[in-house]
Design a protein around this ligand. Sequence first.
Ligand code: FAD
Length: 303
Amino acid sequence: MLIEEVEVRAVERLSPSFVRVELGSPALAELGVSSTSYDQRIKLIFPDGDHPLPAFEGVGEGWYGEWLARPEAERGHMRTYTIRGVRGEGESTRLVVDIVVHEGATGPAGIWGERAAVGDRVICTAPRRGHEYGGIEFAPSDGDALLLVGDETAVPAVAAILEQLDVAARGAVFLEVPFAADVLTLEHPEGVGVRWLPRDGGPRGEALHAAVLEHLGAQAASLEVDESEIDPDLWETPFYSSSGEAEGGNGRSVGHEWHGLYAWIAGESKVVTGLRRALVKDLGLDRHQVAFMGYWREGRSIS
Ligand SMILES: Cc1cc2nc3c(=O)[nH]c(=O)nc-3n(C[C@H](O)[C@H](O)[C@H](O)COP(=O)(O)OP(=O)(O)OC[C@H]3O[C@@H](n4cnc5c(N)ncnc54)[C@H](O)[C@@H]3O)c2cc1C
C-alpha cells in the first residue's frame, strides 16, 4: 500500500457541488491502479486546522493502529474517497479525486475541498503496484443487466465505473445531485441509460427512491425509514455484511425473478437503507446480486 503526502497540482470547480483536485507526488510512480479499478476507494487524511499533517515515514502494515493512537489534533481527519481517474505516468502521475462540497453542516473534507488550492497537501493511502489493496466493490457477473444508483458522493465512483465498462454493457443509472447545474457529461456505453435527478431543494432521496422502483416496475413504497433501522456504517455486499447477515460467494439463484440483474447502490445511509428495504425485503432481490453502501450519514462524521 502507498501511504504518502501528496500535493494539489490542479483544482477545477466542475459545478456548484463538485471540486476536482489532481494530487501529485513522485511516490505516485508506484500507484497500482489497473484499467478496471471501477469504484476503487482510497483514504485521504486532511489536516486539522493549522496542525501539520501526520508523518508516516517507516510505518508498515500497522499504520492504522499507530495513527489512531496519536493525539487527535495531530492525526488530522481521515475520510474515504474514490479514484475518479489517473493521469500521466511515472513520477508525473496524478490522482484525480472529485470532492463534493455542500452547504450547511460540513466536515473537514468538505471544507478542504471548498478551499483547495494548488500546493495544498493531504496524506493519501492508495494501492501500490504489485500489492494487495482491496477496496473495489463493483463485481457484476458477465452479461448482468446493471442498476447503478447513487447520490452526489457516489457520482465519482459511478462515473469511473461507466468509463471502464465493456461497450456491450447494458443497464440503467440513477444519480441524484443537489442542483441541475451539477449534471455532468459522463462517458458510458450506449446500452446503459443515465438519468440525473437534481434535488433543487427537494427532499434527499425521494426522487431517487421513486425512480429506482419505477425502473423495477414496482410501486414506490413509503420512503420512511425509522432511525433505529439505519446502520450509519451500512455496507452490504455479496462479500461483506455490516449487519452480520450470512455471507457467501457469488451464489445467485438461477431462475429467480431478478436473475441476471446486478445492483450497486451507494449514498447517504438512510436513503440507501430505504432502497435496501425496498429491493431486498419487498421485491425479493437476492443479497448476492446487490451491493448497498452507506457512503456517508447525515449529521455524523464518518471516516
Ligand atoms: C467508498 C466511499 C467512497 C467515497 N467517495 C467519495 C468521493 O469520491 N467524493 C466525495 O465527495 N465523497 C465520497 N465519499 C463520501 C465522503 O467520504 C463523505 O461525504 C464524508 O463524510 C465527507 O467528509 P467531511 O469531513 O466533509 O464530513 P464529515 O466530517 O464526515 O461530516 C460532517 C457533517 O457533514 C455532513 N456531510 C458529510 N458529507 C456530506 C455530503 N456529501 N452532503 C451533505 N452533508 C454532508 C455530515 O452529515 C455531517 O453533519 C465516499 C465514501 C465512501 C465510503
